[in-house]
Design a protein around this ligand. Structure first.
Ligand SMILES: C[S@@+](CC[C@H](N)C(=O)[O-])C[C@H]1O[C@@H](n2cnc3c(N)ncnc32)[C@H](O)[C@@H]1O
Length: 302
């Protein structure tokens, strides 16, 4: 497969075309399996409300109008969603293990609700779960209904008053977990030997300060205006640049099997890392390619 190219298709098939141990690191914002959008439905639960929208959701605006029905805890189909997500992750994590080098970092964005299943899939494929980074997004869309409103609609004003401080739903989801895995380094050697041979297995602490972060696993990156509008789950470019510089050196090859609008691959291009990207959706594939081409045009101008 050629370097610095995005391939259109299912990463589970495209991964088979990569050579063994040909990838230095993987950085990817994978589907979270929470039915956020059609490409995020990774379970067989075809309940009629899935990806539909209630009048309340439509009123709340674009962010929520595709959410499926809330999980209720008694639906047998809902209960299978976590294991189905694990099985979906497992359908490609073994392949990632094959193509990565000893000491490779694999950095994955995963949703709070199902990230534990992604962790188990990577572990069961042979990776070491190194750390969970808490990304503070500063802002996050939030909708948690007041319990009192439900009682008001029922005409139960006594309970509406009694429970006026109570809400149903989640707290504002201000942080996202970023999972950090490592492929075990070469057996018989040390991690220092591994680093000398592959430049993999360690991180560059200076980068943390260059990006004005604390030397910890809690990081702050805000989405700027330029980080929005190309994909419903577009990540900040600065965040992707930080992660790339943290674990790789110039000239290494980074794989993103779930490219979306191409934030990871664009950051690779800017930072002189090679990339290989996969994207199943033609619209996002085109958007990602346009971003790379726009960047190349700008580079040639100056
Ligand atoms: C969470 S989004 C990535 C968004 C990206 N971080 C950005 O900044 O635009 C995940 C992407 O994976 C794509 N995808 C889902 N399943 C895929 C598969 N099997 N192979 C390749 N791409 C897939 C979806 O179309 C979606 O664009």
């Amino acid at each position: 497969m050629d370097l610095n190219k995005i391939y259109l298709g299912d990463c589970r098939e495209l991964l088979d075309q990569l050579k063994d141990t040909s990838i230095d690191s993987v950085i990817s914002d994978i589907p979270y399996g929470i039915s956020f959008d059609f490409w995020d439905v990774l379970h067989k639960n075809g309940n009629s409300a899935l990806l539909g929208s209630s009048p309340a959701q439509e009123k709340a605006g674009k962010i929520f109008n595709k959410r499926g029905k809330p999980l209720n805890g008694w639906s047998e189909a809902d209960k299978k969603i976590p294991i189905e997500y694990y099985n979906w992750c497992r359908s490609w994590t073994d392949k990632i293990f094959r193509v990565t080098k000893p000491g490779s970092s694999v950095i994955i964005f995963a949703g709070r609700r199902l990230s534990h299943r992604a962790i188990c899939a990577f572990e069961d494929s042979g990776f070491i779960f190194k750390d969970m980074i808490a990304w503070n997004k500063e802002k996050a869309a939030h909708r948690a209904q007041h319990l009192s409103k439900i009682f008001e609609r029922r005409g139960d004003l006594i309970n509406a008053k009694r429970f006026e401080d109570w809400k149903v739903g989640n707290l504002r989801p201000i942080f996202e977990p970023i999972l950090w895995f490592m492929k075990p380094y070469k057996s018989g050697g040390t991690i220092a030997d591994n680093f000398l041979e592959y430049n993999l297995g360690a991180y560059n602490e200076k980068i943390i300060f260059n990006y004005n972060q604390m030397a910890s696993n809690y990081i702050n990156f805000e989405s700027k205006k330029t980080d929005c509008g190309l994909h419903p789950t577009q990540k900040p470019l600065q965040l992707m640049k930080f992660l790339i510089e943290l674990i790789s050196v110039e000239g290494q090859t980074i794989l993103d099997p779930f490219v979306g609008s191409g934030t990871t691959v664009l950051a690779c291009k800017i930072l002189n890392r090679n990339f290989i990207g996969f994207e199943i959706n033609k619209n996002f594939f085109d958007i990602a390619n346009n971003r790379i081409n726009d960047h190349l045009r700008m580079e040639n101008l100056f």
